[in-house]
Design a binder for this molecule. Structure first.
Ligand SMILES: CC(C)(COP(=O)(O)OP(=O)(O)OC[C@H]1O[C@@H](n2cnc3c(N)ncnc32)[C@H](O)[C@@H]1OP(=O)(O)O)[C@@H](O)C(=O)NCCC(=O)NCCS
Length: 185
């Protein structure tokens, strides 16, 4: 159980990272590489999680990465991160990414994603994190949603592992006739 004294509010670790999209971040199509945004998401999640935990944290999983709109060179990208959920040693950080065109002021919502991190102690073992004080109804909604997200994710992982185990390639090859592939074995 978490020590009753050891709670921190969501606002304590809320973090925004803003970065200018420079030409070296662009792909051959002139848009920003998805990997640049992933790296920035990991960075802001680390800052937010380690501030709440008071310890170094490691990235365990990344969920919900669907880039809805491209980001352009010259855009100002802001990543807003807050702790949505804490377990015993893990934390789920919610990250909202927006891109602003500085000339027109147009703001695009690029993606909202969730990174789970685990705090590590000096012994490099998972370390307990402070509990979370939910200051607003929105904080409460996010915490509840994170519980549901974790349950769904666990169920998905189990089902995926089961489906790999029971997949009978020879019996199911006929399904590939509808797909855009040629069986050459
Ligand atoms: C994350 C890690 C510490 C978990 O180690 P472990 O021996 O499985 O530890 P535990 O079983 O005690 O799990 C620790 C916490 O991680 C959570 N966790 C473990 N695997 C998880 C996963 N795939 N998704 C979400 N949470 C996970 C557990 O639920 C637990 O949370 P809780 O304490 O809040 O209940 C370990 O797998 C690790 O160090 N991974 C590498 C992380 C890393 O280096 N990332 C950077 C990659 S370059």
């Amino acid at each position: 159980m978490t020590d009753n004294q050891n709670f921190r509010p969501v606002s304590y670790s809320r973090t925004t990272l803003t970065e200018l999209m420079i030409p070296s971040y662009a792909n051959f199509g002139g848009k920003i590489h998805g990997g640049i945004l992933l790296s920035l998401m990991d960075k802001v999640a680390y800052a937010c999680a380690s501030k709440h935990a008071g310890n170094y944290c490691v990235t365990v999983s990344v969920e919900g990465v669907h880039f809805l709109q491209p980001v352009d060179v010259g855009d100002l990208v802001s990543l807003k991160a807050s702790i949505n959920y804490v377990g015993n040693t893990s934390l789920m950080v919610g990250i909202r990414v927006i891109a602003e065109n500085v000339k027109t002021g147009l703001i695009k919502h690029t993606n909202t994603s969730y990174i789970t991190m685990v705090a590590k102690g000096d012994d490099d073992k998972p370390a307990q994190v402070p509990g979370l004080i939910l200051e607003t109804r929105e904080d409460g909604r996010r915490f509840l949603e994170a519980i549901r997200r974790r349950e769904l994710s666990r169920r998905y992982e189990t089902e995926l592992a089961n489906s790999k185990t029971i997949l009978q390639v020879e019996q199911e090859l006929h399904q590939l006739q509808q797909e855009r592939c040629k069986v050459a074995f």
